[in-house]
Design a protein around this ligand. Structure first.
Ligand SMILES: O=c1[nH]c(=O)c2[nH]c(=O)[nH]c2[nH]1
Length: 406
């Protein structure tokens, strides 16, 4: 018997053949998640049968009309031994038990409520080495997990019966990496949340944060077979989360991309009033440490590695411009917007992108008070005072608008 957990990404044409879908999990009796990567490459319903290992295996898929939840774009089935905590699935006895479940609200006679909770293991470091003969590929991750249990019992009465220990969560990360390998941070995050949600019925929501260490293959005339160099231009991260019966949410990010240019930046014509001391600058140093994050409309066709590089290149290109002439920036705001626009134009799977660019000021030093004999020097030498704090903080989020029906 095979059970499938399927997320539809198009209008449902379930009986037809052309519904695009993403398989978020594949289960045999005993709840074994298998082969997520090859399954996630499935694009069409009609390709499903090709993946059934045994002809006698039977597929159980709940169609949209039977969905207990309302969202129109999800199809979902679950193994019987991981039945969810939905009301529909509960008999009178379990419903009574659920009603009696200890909550902070009941415990405090309605005075308080546990408005948020979660627990997990943070910064579990792992190195994945893929040895393909002499040619080795690595990815080093720092993985954090977080589970939200449906019940508050662990907090309110100290009942650990449903608590998946954070130590077990750490072990799970290593075991899943061994079992399924490590492709992108996003796909590994999806494997992890999928595992927790479908292995433990008491888990209401699972989150996985993955930070990637920036190793690059050493170029020694030619790409080296097995040596790498740490190249921390920017850090890559992602946060994958999924609530039971909800679609998986993938947020990816880039952080710490520090850049500086010495010309082609100005800031003029801003508000001048009794609060203003800053003067127009037709020429200034522009330096920032870019943070960017974005979400995907569809995991189905997203190429996470390619998207990350596209975002990084868009920022560098709109910041720097061509190598000889550069590109003029009238403000941090405008440069940030330009980079975001390129991201949405180039990566159709990205729903929105948010960038933050602190304006790291490099101040002109007023040398007019010093005597000329000590200030005169080669005009090619210009000295600025880097001031890390305070910094301007500029951000914007650009998102796609729904297509007009006209
Ligand atoms: O690009 C800039 N945008 C601002 O809003 C601002 N404010 C400021 O003092 N310097 C700058 N620079």
């Amino acid at each position: 018997m095979i059970y499938l957990s399927v997320t539809m990404y198009t209008n449902i044409v379930w009986s037809g053949c052309d519904a695009c879908l993403l398989i978020t999990g594949w289960y045999k009796a005993g709840c074994e998640l298998r082969n997520l990567h090859s399954l996630s490459s499935l694009r069409y319903v009609r390709e499903l049968p090709a993946f059934f290992a045994h002809p006698q295996d039977q597929v159980i898929i709940f169609t949209s009309t039977k969905m207990p939840w309302t969202s129109s774009n999800r199809i979902y089935a679950k193994p019987s031994n991981t039945s969810s905590v939905q009301d529909e699935d509960m008999g009178p006895a379990s419903r009574r038990r659920a009603q009696a479940a200890p909550t902070a609200a009941a415990d405090s006679n309605g005075r308080f409520e546990l408005s948020d909770h979660g627990y997990g293991k943070n910064s579990v470091k792992l190195l994945h080495v893929h040895r393909d003969g002499d040619f080795h590929t690595i990815r080093e991750f720092e993985v954090s997990t977080e589970l939200k249990l449906a019940s508050e019992s662990a907090y309110v009465v100290g009942d650990n019966k449903e608590v998946v220990a954070t130590d077990s969560q750490k072990n799970t990360i290593y075991l899943l990496a061994k079992k399924y390998g490590v492709k992108t941070p996003e796909e590994f995050g999806a494997v992890v949340v999928n595992h927790f949600l479908y292995t433990y019925k008491q888990v209401a929501e699972a989150k996985c944060h993955v930070l990637e260490y920036p190793w690059e293959r050493l170029q020694a005339g030619a790409p080296h077979n097995h040596a790498f160099v740490y190249s921390p231009t920017a850090t890559r991260w992602c946060q994958v989360s999924q609530a039971r019966h909800e679609a998986v949410i993938v947020k990816s990010g880039l952080s710490g991309l520090r850049v500086l240019k010495t010309t082609q930046s100005a800031f003029v014509d801003f508000v001048q009033d009794e609060y203003t001391t800053l003067t127009d600058a037709a020429e200034r140093i522009f330096s920032t440490v870019v943070e960017a994050e974005w979400t995907y409309e569809s995991m189905r066709s997203a190429d996470f590695d390619d998207a990350w590089l596209t975002v990084k290149d868009a920022i560098l290109d709109k910041f720097a411009g061509p190598p000889d002439t550069g590109v003029y920036s009238p403000s941090v705001q405008h440069t940030l917007y330009q980079a975001e626009k390129v991201v949405l134009e180039k990566v159709p799977e990205i729903t929105w992108v948010k960038m933050t660019m602190p304006n790291k000021h490099y101040l002109n030093i007023d040398m007019s008070k010093f005597p000329a004999n000590v200030t005169k020097g080669d005009p090619k030498h210009q000295i600025y005072q880097p001031t890390d704090k305070p910094a301007g903080l500029i951000y914007a989020q650009l998102r796609r608008r729904p297509r007009s029906k006209l």
